[in-house]
Design a protein around this ligand. Structure first.
Ligand SMILES: NC(=O)c1ccc[n+]([C@@H]2O[C@H](COP(=O)([O-])OP(=O)(O)OC[C@H]3O[C@@H](n4cnc5c(N)ncnc54)[C@H](O)[C@@H]3O)[C@@H](O)[C@H]2O)c1
Ligand SMILES: [Zn+2]
Ligand SMILES: [Zn+2]
Length: 359
């Protein structure tokens, strides 16, 4: 903990149990170009779950999760021109990057080799572990903060900061945003349900591919999907073979990829955004026959995130959320783990008593 830091309160994971508890810690002092943000709402992304349970082997405990932050600017440092106190803003998966590499210079900051994740990252200023949005306030350089359009409900907007831009960015990059094209969305969770909404707003035909037949009705009737395929039903999958221009795969655990590649038209594009801990099996033949393409995609740049929020506001898109208090977060984590959420938990951080260090 650096000297002279700003006292902060949050909830942290101390070990791989998946359990969070109150944590008092210190944030860096607001510097030139920084904004101080009081956290209002913060979404619970499956990435938080992977990290706090150390499923990717990179947890630096204690970890305060949370990278789908909506808050209000309470203070600004010298030289801040983009934001004023009182404005509603968002912070997503990362809070800093090198600013000079090719990806930073071209607006693809999420691919910077020195990317600083909002939570469980290493602050370029002082080497401290970054602590995320499950806390009272966060201090971020203005260059990594976005404006939340006034018309968006705040709790529903929070998941857009990660889930939203993570699906929006590759959809735009791979041309999966043109009317009339057919998009497959695999996994109907936090990322997947927002992908369906963006796909429909782009004027596409959207098919959800899921292991849970029970999600059919909600996918079609509530989210507006055009069709629903049960991935374990070989006949349904066969009937849909070679019909899709793109498939976006949001699944968080190991699963067969070859049957999904069959859904693509020749030269179709699959985009992996889900991050199962173990490698996926991609048979060469499934790619070569039909000249299919598989890409990965991580988050999106700051400019893309702003464009996504503006598009969401224009089309009235927010995530479907279950808003909970911080005292419920451990139950929320357990429920997320068993896929029992429609479709994102969002913690009402400002409305919760964050408590004091119990360690
Ligand atoms: N690429 C990125 O930048 C990025 C950003 C955010 C999240 N992620 C990753 O994306 C994944 C999804 O995140 P989320 O927040 O939407 O999670 P989520 O838990 O809300 O949704 C995951 C979905 O996958 C489904 N699923 C889980 N196991 C499955 C299996 N074995 N077979 C088929 N379906 C299965 C679930 O039913 C659920 O619908 C996670 O791995 C997360 O870490 C990546
Ligand atoms: Zn995330
Ligand atoms: Zn960089």
């Amino acid at each position: 903990m650096e000297q002279g830091g700003k006292a902060a309160l949050g909830w942290a994971a101390r070990d791989a149990s998946g359990h969070l508890s109150p944590y008092s810690f210190s944030r860096r002092v607001q510097g030139d170009g920084d904004v101080t943000i009081q956290v209002l709402f913060c979404g619970l992304c499956h990435t938080d779950l992977h990290v706090i349970k150390n499923e990717w082997g990179n947890a630096m405990y204690p970890v305060v999760p949370g990278h789908e932050v909506v808050g209000v600017v309470t203070d600004i440092g010298a030289g801040v021109t983009k934001f004023k106190a009182g404005e509603t803003v968002g912070v997503g998966y990362f809070v800093d990057s090198c600013r000079t590499c090719e990806t930073c210079r071209t607006g693809h900051e999420s691919y910077c080799p020195q990317l600083v994740p909002t939570s469980n990252g290493v602050d370029l200023h002082d080497g401290a572990t970054t602590q995320g949005g499950f806390s009272d306030a966060i201090i971020v350089s203005q260059d990594y903060v976005v404006r939340v359009p006034e018309t968006l409900p705040l709790a529903g907007a929070a998941p857009l900061l990660c889930a939203g831009v993570t699906v929006f960015s590759p959809m735009v990059q791979y041309g999966l945003n043109s009317p009339g094209k057919h998009l497959g969305v695999v996994g109907l969770g936090g990322l997947g349900h927002v992908a369906v909404k963006f796909g429909k707003a782009f004027g596409m035909t959207v098919t959800v591919i899921s292991t849970s037949p029970s999600k059919r009705q909600e996918a079609v009737e509530q989210l507006g999907a055009d069709a629903f395929l049960v991935s374990r039903d070989a006949e349904q999958m066969k009937a849909a073979a070679a019909t899709m221009d793109g498939v976006i795969d949001t699944v968080s655990a190991g699963h067969p990829v070859a049957p999904l590649l069959e859904l693509l038209k020749p030269m179709g594009q699959m985009v992996l955004v889900g991050v199962p801990a173990k490698p996926l099996e991609v048979p060469a033949f499934s790619l070569i026959a039909g000249g299919k393409r598989v890409a990965g995609s991580a988050g999106g740049g700051v400019g893309e995130c702003q464009a996504m929020l503006d598009f969401a506001a224009e089309h009235g898109i927010v995530a479907d959320v279950e808003v909970v208090g911080m005292e419920y977060v451990n139950t929320a984590i357990e429920r997320l783990e068993r896929n029992d959420v429609r479709y994102r938990f969002v913690v009402d951080v400002a409305g919760s008593k964050l408590g004091v260090d119990d360690a």
